[in-house]
Design a protein around this ligand. Structure first.
Ligand code: CDP
Length: 241
């Protein structure tokens, strides 16, 4: 039996969880949360929670991976079996392999890998709780964890997904909005480099809606970027009284 689509946006533009159309979920960020990694970060967007750990630059575990002119960046995105409603199979799925690849490609332009030839920089991301937007939360955490590890970077990568729900363009869609919505578009940027490093679109948008959705994503990305910088500043800025 087909489940009936719930109404997710009211006539006055209020979403099912009380947010405005252009509002992020409550965001929390913290760096240096793990003692055994070179760098780490915890990021929460509502009920989506992820943790990222960075190791390196270090000698690659497998010698064949060595590149003579730069470090190899390796990323693993993984969803914990307890992160979803129904226990997720812990084995890496095709979806996780694909998301790991797009996360790596979204980070590569900002990591100064040329400074560390013949090494690897490894990013492990674990989704602890999934409620939509896990790849964008994962990217935000990975970027913070790289900075926390002291890896030289040209910029941070900040990410958020926009979607179309009940005909409205909305910022930072959650799982219900993703399940019942008409479109889902995760976007990542290196804002200071003015570079979009990830853009995916599932669903259907007109070219006009696409352009409005991109602008909404850029607004969200800048808010996330500000929070990332604040998080790093709070940890690392030493006040000289
Ligand atoms: O998480 P993100 O939006 O980046 O990726 P998605 O593939 O569009 O998945 C949307 C949401 O579906 C995830 O955030 C999870 O909440 C949920 N999901 C799940 O419950 N079980 C899976 N195996 C995959 C996704």
């Amino acid at each position: 039996m087909k489940r009936e689509k719930p109404k997710l946006v009211s006539e006055d533009g209020v979403r099912h969880d009380g947010r405005r159309l252009d509002e992020l979920r409550p965001v929390k960020m913290e760096v240096g949360v793990l003692s055994n990694a070179s760098g780490s970060a915890y990021v929460e967007f509502g009920k989506t929670r992820v943790i990222a750990a960075v190791y390196g630059p270090r000698e690659p575990p497998q010698r064949y991976m060595v590149l003579p002119h730069r470090a190899v960046l390796r990323c693993r995105y993984h969803m914990a079996p307890f992160s979803t409603d129904e226990r997720k199979n812990p084995a890496p799925s095709r979806r996780e392999i694909e998301i790991s690849k797009v996360i790596r490609e979204a980070l590569e332009p900002v990591v100064m890998s040329e400074a560390f030839p013949r090494t690897s920089i490894d990013v492990f991301i674990e989704v602890i709780s999934a409620d939509g937007g896990t790849r964008t939360a994962a990217l935000n955490a990975a970027s913070l964890a790289l900075a926390d590890a002291g890896v030289p970077m040209r910029d941070l990568v900040a990410a958020v997904a926009v979607g179309k729900v009940d005909g409205y363009l909305v910022l930072d869609i959650d799982q219900v909005e993703d399940n019942y919505g008409e479109a889902d578009m995760p976007v990542a940027m290196a804002p200071s480099l003015n570079m979009v490093t990830l853009l995916q679109l599932n669903g259907v948008l007109s070219p006009q809606e696409f352009s409005q959705a991109l602008n909404l994503a850029l607004k969200g990305v800048n808010e996330v970027y500000k929070l990332q910088k604040e998080t790093l500043r709070n940890k690392y800025l030493v006040r000289v009284e």
